[in-house]
Design a protein. Structure first.
Length: 243
């Protein structure tokens, strides 16, 4: 009988230990974001060209005020302009902008550092709620100053990026960055080499039409994908950013 009691006690202890381990192994559920901001850019950009980074925002409610800092590689990109956004059909005005090239050494409590852009946006209107819905916070125009095969992240400095509602309560925003790679038009797929796969990239879109250079396959930027794009690729066949 004593052995049975000992066995029962041991089994009870094992069961309790197993339950405890199971409980501690279950992580606490992460708080879902109230809104998400993502940087939308072309993944491949041409040297000496320019492009627009749109800061898309989804499912925000009552946005009244936002400040954020964006980091990028200043040897690859340079900020040319920042323009207002549009959320739920209403303007999302840019109140203040500070690029690191600004002679001010400090602005809005942030140290100016190479490759940083600070933006303040206020959607507050006295007696009215903030902005709700989806759209974009702002558009940032970048000039490409880098060379073939250079890359640059375009990311948010999370500790300096925040948003608030009309009642001054913080909005839990997920800030999502991205990256761009520099490549000339004839490196259609942006892999750093001109060859077979660039020809494939053109052939997949053969005879398609649109605005000039609406896709990378329109390598000669004439609004149509075809023979002359193949010619441009073949002229540079075998070239690479390493050569």
């Amino acid at each position: 009988m004593s052995r049975l009691k000992q066995l029962a006690t041991m089994l009870s202890l094992v069961a309790l230990l197993t339950m405890g381990l199971a409980l501690t192994a279950v992580p606490a559920a992460a708080q879902p974001p109230d809104a998400t901001v993502t940087v939308e850019v072309p993944s491949i950009v041409p040297p000496g060209g320019s492009f627009v980074a749109r800061l898309n925002i989804t499912s925000v409610t009552d946005l009244s005020f936002a400040t954020y800092r964006i980091a990028y590689d200043p040897s690859v990109l340079a900020v040319a302009n920042v323009t207002d956004g549009l959320i739920g059909g209403s303007p999302a005005g840019v109140s203040a902008v500070n690029d690191w090239t600004n002679p001010e050494s400090e602005w809005y409590g942030w140290d100016a550092a190479p490759g940083e852009l600070g933006v303040v946006q206020g959607a507050y209107v006295a007696g009215e709620a903030g902005l709700s819905g989806s759209g974009y916070l702002a558009e940032i125009e970048f000039d490409v100053v880098g060379v073939w095969c250079d890359t640059s992240a375009i990311s948010f400095v999370l500790e300096d990026s925040e948003a608030f509602a009309y009642d001054e309560q913080p909005i839990n925003v997920e800030w999502v960055g991205t990256a761009v790679t520099v490549a000339p038009d004839y490196d259609v797929n942006g892999d750093g080499e001109v060859g077979f796969w660039d020809m494939i990239g053109v052939s997949v879109h053969w005879d398609e039409t649109g605005l000039p250079w609406w896709i990378r396959a329109d390598a000669n930027r004439d609004g149509g994908v075809g023979f002359w794009d193949m010619i441009l690729v073949s002229v540079h066949w075998g070239e690479s950013c390493a050569s």
